[in-house]
Ligand binder design. Structure first.
Ligand SMILES: Cc1cc2nc3c(=O)[nH]c(=O)nc-3n(C[C@H](O)[C@H](O)[C@H](O)COP(=O)(O)OP(=O)(O)OC[C@H]3O[C@@H](n4cnc5c(N)ncnc54)[C@H](O)[C@@H]3O)c2cc1C
Length: 357
């Protein structure tokens, strides 16, 4: 541990197959941290945390170290949620040297809706005033939005002893959706989220409806930020659909003049294109779903793969969209032997599934 990581915690995870879980952790985190793996040890290093993992015959020993108590708790929660996700339905237990205190997660705060406005016919902008702007200034770019049930006072989640989040249930159940912070105005104490309207016959879209119906003064919760931001490199290929457009637009705007960027963005039609300004050298290609023949669903993935074929060596590939498109692009990069440290390939939604299914 280093001086900058003086807040520490250790834990014991007992998965069914210790080695398989260690493999899965390394495989997943390689796009988010610096991962070094020896046979029975792995170290994950990020700007916030140092996570050391030791493979033992019947358990995984975990050591977490961070620069502050808040970062340590947030890292524990993030890591615990991932471990349970990797375990799936298999038996799994997780114990820490010091159980998590039964308090509201440190990275959860309240925010008030200031206004909503139309960016394009299908993209609505929600302006929020968080209680504390500090985490958003030069911070990561994604947040979890927590919307309480209408006409009920908010009941916020608390931590479980294993670090995971204990979400309120029943009448206090919260709507939880992940969005990108499109912009931060430290002077005004405000952030904005751009939320895509994707109505479909007979299917509820509670996240999109929140943006459509949000009233000034409504109190909501925001958890985060997390999930990284602009890749620190000078050649980037961005590709995504409307769910990724707020992230791509923000990162393009933040890029330095030395950065060379190509962006491929799929939207419904011309009316959904947005002006994106930048000091970087950029070329943006807009794809229009509406002008494709019926049943064509892989427009973005195919165009991205063609761009990967012609990009310069060492280009960072940033891709986010529907789950099957993500799989298509991820497999393509793997087949080409693309360096995993030079990619962020994520799914932001899944066809036919609610985000909380
Ligand atoms: C890290 C991250 C950042 C994100 N940032 C943003 C953002 O800034 N803005 C944004 O609008 N979204 C963003 N998303 C995507 C957003 O969280 C999902 O689209 C979410 O499913 C929307 O919730 P909902 O309640 O509207 O629809 P859900 O209840 O989740 O789904 C209802 C139906 O709509 C479909 N659906 C969901 N999303 C879409 C979509 N984008 N296009 C077409 N059909 C869809 C589902 O397949 C389902 O059939 C982000 C996701 C992640 C993981």
């Amino acid at each position: 541990m280093t001086d900058t990581h003086s807040f520490e915690l250790s834990g014991i995870a007992r998965p069914l197959n210790v080695e398989a879980m260690l493999d899965e952790i390394c495989e997943h985190f390689v796009e988010h941290s610096e991962v070094s793996r020896l046979k029975d040890k792995a170290v994950l290093t990020s700007s916030q945390s140092l996570i050391e993992l030791f493979q033992k015959p019947d358990h995984l020993e975990i050591r977490l170290a961070c620069g502050s108590e808040e970062e340590l708790e947030a890292t524990r929660t993030m890591f615990a949620e991932h471990l349970y996700y990797f375990a799936g339905e298999e038996p799994f237990s997780l114990d820490w040297s010091k159980p998590a205190p039964r308090v509201r997660p440190a990275n959860l705060q309240e925010a008030v809706v200031i206004s909503t406005s139309e960016v394009t016919p299908r993209m609505l902008r929600v302006t929020l005033a968080p209680e504390d702007m500090t985490p958003f200034i030069n911070g990561d770019i994604h947040v979890r939005l927590l919307v309480p049930q209408a006409k009920r006072p908010p009941v916020w989640p608390k931590l479980r002893a294993d670090g995971r989040i204990d979400w309120p249930k029943g009448e206090d159940k919260l709507l939880v959706r992940v969005y990108t912070i499109r912009s931060v105005d430290a002077g005004k104490g405000q952030i904005t989220l751009d939320i895509f309207q994707h109505p479909a016959e007979g299917i509820s879209t509670p996240g999109a409806d929140f943006a459509r119906d949000a009233l000034q003064g409504t109190r909501i919760g925001i958890m985060g930020p997390g999930g990284g931001g602009l890749p620190q490199t000078d050649q980037i290929l961005f590709a995504g659909d409307e769910s990724a457009l707020p992230a791509i637009a923000r990162m393009i705007e933040e890029a330095s003049p030395e950065t060379k960027i190509k962006a491929i963005i799929e939207v419904e039609d011309k009316a959904e294109e947005q002006p994106i300004s930048s000091k970087a050298r950029i070329s943006i290609e807009w794809l229009h779903r509406a002008s494709c023949s019926e049943g064509t669903t892989n427009l973005l993935a195919e165009r991205t793969k063609a761009a990967i074929d012609s990009m310069e060596a060492g280009t960072f590939v940033w891709f986010a969209a529907e789950r099957s498109a993500m799989r298509n692009v991820k497999a393509y990069l793997a087949a080409r032997g693309h360096d995993r440290k030079r990619q962020y390939v994520a799914w932001y939604w899944e066809e036919g599934k609610h985000a909380d299914d």
